[in-house]
Design a protein around this ligand. Sequence first.
Ligand SMILES: [Zn+2]
Ligand SMILES: [Zn+2]
Length: 136
Amino acid sequence: MYCKNCGSALDNNAAVCIHCGVPNGHGERFCSNCGAEVAPGAAVCMACGYSLSAQKVAAPGAKSKMTAGLLGIFLGAFGVHNFYLGYKGKAIAQLLITLLSCFMLSEVSAIWGLIEGIMLLSGSINTDADGNPLGD
Ligand SMILES: [Zn+2]
Ligand SMILES: [Zn+2]
């Protein structure tokens, strides 16, 4: 495995990276599976497909990204997915765009919600408004 902070090869049993001194498993700049550099917050390593979010285990009762994604795709014009996740500001904005325009601008919110729905399903958005990891 590899240091997630500096990307150098690590002994599986090493508690601390001998190169940068960061505890094994800490950092989010490199893939611990193949050592490739990854974008901060990326869900999956682009080089090997290893799930980087595996360490962020969803708590029992975590909100479902599947539910949120589908809400965004089908009811995004009303901000339902953002109400569900607790992103109240965005949710109210999407709802108001739709309602205040008497649905004339509902497509704006709908497309916004659709994009967020897809990002939720693909894991690009993977936490709720409180920063809790989403479940499946
Ligand atoms: Zn290191
Ligand atoms: Zn990798």
